[in-house]
Write a protein that binds this ligand. Structure first.
Ligand code: DMJ
Length: 679
């Protein structure tokens, strides 16, 4: 891995793999795969001709003739390759002007496809896709590139462009979405009634007694998790208040002043009953959350952490402040969708509305797990604002993905927002792909099981995943491999471990003959992920583990041995506990608590570690905001009764922010009733 640790934490912490970015030798893939030649290359060829001196002066006529023929052949080959490429993206990348490729005008160095290289010229920190920092330094309140997804492997960038065609009607659906009005901040908001929403829930969100378990052992464990949350929060508050994340060893804040840890913690503090802390957080949102910043941000990260966090806070507390901020922020994200297909680009400047693709994403593509992880929040934005535009934007993405041709039924990770075609055939249930699948089944569940397209797409994707990616190791462990144009990479990322929980919550709505099978598959994957923890010295799991060259659920590369307080394995324990009540899941969760306490707790917070296989740990000095929003929340839920945020009423977004199931019929009935009464 080539990034400095603190930079990498943003790029990879939610993103997963930290492989070499294509941009590090940005032109090479273009030249090699696309068949273009540079002057430099031609002269190299020239120098290598046997018997020909570097100066043409000493050549015999016949030699000159042979050389000329060779040269013209080479030129023809170069141009031929260019024009017979199977996908037009590369041509566009090379020939279209900036304005053609980039409908949204971007500021200096920001990019269209042409600008992938430009983007790379910035300081690394700036195009670091997970960073949420300031372009003008630590003191500004700007958002900068946050992104979840990992660097793209170099092999992957060298794969040929390929893929299905987006359907003709995309233009139609796009023009429809574009014609929708940008919401007026004050318009129609009164039509959402918080009271009505609460009446449509089946159960109280916090249960009878805040989900307090009946047995003392579990209560003690839950109290311990609450103490961990308080400890993490207090240290953040003391040393990094308002910054995005705490650096617990150096006792300062990680770059960026838009309080990611505060927004990510609101709902966790609230459900744990840490009310003083929650009130401090609310106060900060009221007085200091600046949405008029002018920095770069990852559309995906802003959506899952900020929009998701604010929405949850609103639905749990009824505080209008959170609703207002969520909708204001949603409005600022809309310009990212102004592309020829309506597939949003990955990075947006919230101030100017300009957007561009990640420099590391090949051919200016957008990432499946990023544009495929907007649905839940955007549907809720429409719900709260009564403005259809948010739902239209995500339905357009859905429509494209539904219709596009899929290799073996699989969804590759990169798609061009310009042509609507796949850009590579790399498929992963971990980094780059993961939460797209999660949002399909959760969209179905959140729609009160009325979103049949989401259901159909989820179960067909799952079938393709089972047919192509699910593997059994020689030692009997079930795992999800990655797929590169038909070739399996027998590696599973920590990120992919969320899939145990996902398959579990979707089991019941599968075909009747498949239900038990899905539940078994979910349990097997969760078991494998637990094995990746138990097989390490620290009892924490590595970033990625392999099933080849004799390895079984262990990391074989040094660069895969780190653990950055990720939640996915614990997330699956929580869902599997709720679905089966098998006590082993609570035991596994407790093992994780003990390991976190022993190896990640430091004097002033919690830190990730660099190598899970050694007991003399080296800390990475980062308390990730998802540790507060996800890891500790899922542990707390694991040790709570099921009536705390019951799954009959709530789905969790990919950052573990609970969003309510939308019961349209109940809300409409309620609306009618209210109307009748007022008449
Ligand atoms: C979180 O930001 C989200 O869960 C995201 O979907 C991927 N993973 C990170 C934490 O690992």
């Amino acid at each position: 891995m080539v990034f400095k640790r603190d930079l990498r934490s943003w790029l990879c912490s939610s993103a997963g793999r930290c492989e070499r970015r294509p941009g590090e030798d940005a032109l090479l893939p273009l030249l090699h795969a696309g068949g273009l030649c540079t002057v430099g290359q031609l002269s190299m060829v020239f120098r290598k001709l046997p018997g020909v001196s570097a100066s043409g002066m000493g050549l015999r006529l016949s030699q000159k003739f042979v050389f000329l023929i060779f040269l013209s052949g080479l030129v023809t080959l170069c141009f031929g390759a260019l024009f017979f490429l199977p996908d037009s993206v590369r041509l566009k990348r090379i020939f279209l002007s900036k304005t053609e490729t980039q409908p949204v005008t971007v500021g200096s160095g920001s990019g269209s496809e042409n600008d992938a290289r430009e983007h790379l010229k910035r300081p690394k920190e700036q195009d670091h896709p997970r960073a949420m920092t300031s372009t003008k330094g630590d003191t500004s309140t700007k958002l900068k590139s946050l992104s979840r997804k990992p660097a793209v492997s170099r092999e992957a960038t060298e794969e040929r462009l390929a893929g299905g065609r987006a359907q003709e009607d995309l233009t139609l659906s796009r023009s429809k979405t574009e014609s929708a009005t940008v919401p007026d901040s004050d318009a129609n908001w009164d039509t959402f009634s918080y009271d009505k929403f609460r009446r449509c829930l089946l159960k109280p969100p916090l249960g009878r007694d805040g989900g307090r378990p009946s047995d003392p052992k579990t209560t003690e464990r839950r109290d311990k998790v609450k103490e961990m949350m308080k400890f993490a929060w207090d240290n953040y508050k003391r040393y990094a208040w308002g910054k995005n994340e705490l650096r617990p060893l150096t006792r300062n804040g990680h770059i960026g002043n838009i309080g990611a840890s505060i927004i990510d913690s609101l709902d966790t503090l609230y459900i744990m009953g840490l009310m003083d802390e929650y009130n401090d957080a609310k106060q900060w949102v009221q007085s200091s959350l600046d949405l008029n910043s002018n920095g770069e941000a990852s559309l995906f990260e802003v959506n899952i952490r900020y929009v998701g966090g604010l929405l949850s806070a609103y639905y749990l507390t009824g505080e209008e402040l959170f609703k207002t901020k969520a909708v204001e922020l949603g409005e600022k994200l809309l310009p990212a969708f102004n592309t020829p297909t309506g597939i949003p680009r990955g990075v947006i400047n919230l101030g100017s509305g300009t957007s561009w693709s990640w420099g590391w994403a090949s051919a200016g593509s957008s990432i499946l797990a990023e544009f495929g992880t907007l649905h839940l929040e955007f549907v809720h934005l429409t719900e709260l604002s009564s403005n259809p535009i948010y739902t239209e934007k995500v339905m357009n993405i859905r429509k494209l993905l539904n219709k596009i041709e899929k290799p073996h039924g699989l969804y590759p990770n990169f798609l061009s927002p310009v042509s609507g075609n796949w850009v590579q055939h790399h498929v992963s249930i971990g980094g780059l792909g993961d939460s797209f699948y999660e949002y399909l089944i959760k969209s179905y569940l959140m729609s009160d099981k009325t979103d049949d397209d989401a259901k159909m797409m989820y179960y067909s994707a799952l079938e393709a995943i089972e047919a192509n990616l699910v593997q059994k190791s020689p030692g009997g462990l079930t795992y999800m491999a990655e797929w590169r144009g038909g070739i399996l990479d027998h590696k599973m990322g920590h990120l992919a471990c969320f899939s145990g929980g996902m398959i579990g919550i979707g089991a019941d709505d599968g075909a009747p003959e498949k239900r038990q099978h899905y539940l078994d598959l979910a349990a097997e994957i969760t078991h494998t992920c637990h094995e990746s923890y138990t097989r390490s010295a620290t009892k924490l799991g590595p970033e990625a583990f392999r099933f080849d060259s004799g390895a079984e659920a262990t990391a074989t590369r040094l660069s895969d041995r780190y653990y950055i307080l990720r939640p996915e394995v614990i997330e699956s324990y929580m869902y599997m506990w709720r679905l089966t009540h098998d006590p082993k899941y609570r035991e596994w969760g407790w093992e994780a608590v003990e390991a976190l306490e022993e190896h990640c707790r430091v004097e002033s917070g919690f830190s990730g570690i660099r190598d899970v296989y050694t007991m003399t740990v080296s800390h990475d000095n980062m308390q990730q905001s998802f540790f507060l929003s996800e890891t500790l929340k899922y542990l707390y839920l694991l040790f709570s009764d099921d009536d705390l945020l019951p799954l009959e009423d709530w789905v969790f977004n990919t950052e573990a922010h609970p969003l309510p199931i939308i019961r349209k019929s109940c809300l409409q009935d309620e609306a009618t009733q209210d109307k009748t009464v007022s008449e």
